[in-house]
Design a protein around this ligand. Sequence first.
Ligand SMILES: Nc1c(NC[C@H](O)[C@H](O)[C@H](O)CO)[nH]c(=O)[nH]c1=O
Ligand SMILES: CC(=O)[C@@H](O)COP(=O)(O)O
Length: 155
Amino acid sequence: MPTYIEGHYRVTQARLAIVVSRFNQFVTERLLEGALDTLRRQDIDLDQVTVVRCPGAFEMPLVARKLARSGRYDAVICLGAVIRGATSHFEYVAGGVAQGLARTMLDTEVPVIFGVLTTDTIEQAIERAGTKAGNKGAEAALTALEMIDLMRKLE
Ligand SMILES: Nc1c(NC[C@H](O)[C@H](O)[C@H](O)CO)[nH]c(=O)[nH]c1=O
Ligand SMILES: CC(=O)[C@@H](O)COP(=O)(O)O
């Protein structure tokens, strides 16, 4: 019979940092609301949650790395909205954030949750920030809890 290891959402004493970018704040604040509401509904003490705002998604990897390396957090949730414009700038911002956050997670071995929307339109972003396509911030919060529990089980 194989041994199965998996993380559950119910974790005790979870210390979380949430990095939120101000760019497209109309969207990112909805992601933050979804994340905080989900953590609350999972009985996470929001006094153990730190919210850090940064200018744009491109700055997130540095902020996430500082938080992860501090040793004060069990996971770092990153919430942003990169929405395509008229130039190729989208590719560089979105690619830089994804690669930077992935590298931070591997370098620090602290779960860094990619809750950054990368959409072609504002409508797509709004749909994923609490309307018809759910709330990616809420999803990111659940992923953080599952990863915290899983990491503890793999220690
Ligand atoms: N266009 C978007 C940006 N651009 C700003 C960058 O994130 C960065 O702050 C700037 O290049 C200075 O380093 N940021 C987003 O979060 N979303 C966008 O759609
Ligand atoms: C993702 C972006 O950087 C983008 O919103 C910038 O818009 P533009 O390509 O029109 O300068």
